[in-house]
Design a protein. Sequence first.
Length: 293
Amino acid sequence: MSLEELFRTYRAPAEALRAVDGRFVNFLGVSTAASILPQGPALSGKVYDELPIPGDSVFAGAAEYQALLTAIDACKAQPSLTVAEFGAGWGPWVSAAGVVGKRLGIKDIRLIAVEADSEKYKLMQAHLAYNGLAGQDGVSIATYEGAVWHTDTTLNFPKNIVAVDFGGRVSETSHSTDYRGMAYETTEIRAYSLESLLKGERTIDYMHVDVQGAEYEILSRAGDLMNEKVKYLFIGTHSRLIDGQLLELLHKWGWDIRFANPCQFVFNRSIPTIEGMTVADGEIFAVNTRLAG
């Protein structure tokens, strides 16, 4: 199926493509509060019903939609759908999965999401509820306020982070300047390993990981779990080094790479880390050949 065919297949019907004041709606029929994003008022009442090629012109490119919908399309005949989003922000991808899964008539939908920033965590609860997912028959949701890490521990995270800043990253030490060189005091937060988050969960049909530079450190220490439990994986990457490390790791695991777009960065010696120089995330979409075709 071509990219355009995939998007057309899952575009919401016309009656679902309506926006109210203060919110915008994308081509999948997911409604989002305009205040979540930097564009703010400019998004209010807008309907973005065009296919997102090369992107939705708001917050995501075609690749993220392609990865999610490819996974859903492969699982649509199943009685259940399980999707996890780590570094979830307001939960755009678990909510999109839930909305599409409900429209397909999937009777058993499981959504798992983790977000470290307390205000964005609250936004995620409201977003899931507004889109008819929270407290609904056939949809179970597990959300965690905290970070994903390679072990269960306590980490530090920026305190009073600006609402539209989605670049906050955990640290093992407290600091006043983050990996981008931005001034932020930190507060202690709970961190969860993938093993703890997925213990007792069934096979994960789709996992979306966007953790601001910790992606290799987390995934590389959970190979057995990933190989046994995850079918489709999308990773937002945050340095050319991490791009390469993850490609090598996935090759070692025996996964197929559907696409791999390197991150974009602007070198700036005043920024303390190469991850902080990233201006557009890289994108890797991989398939676990043990569990999926």
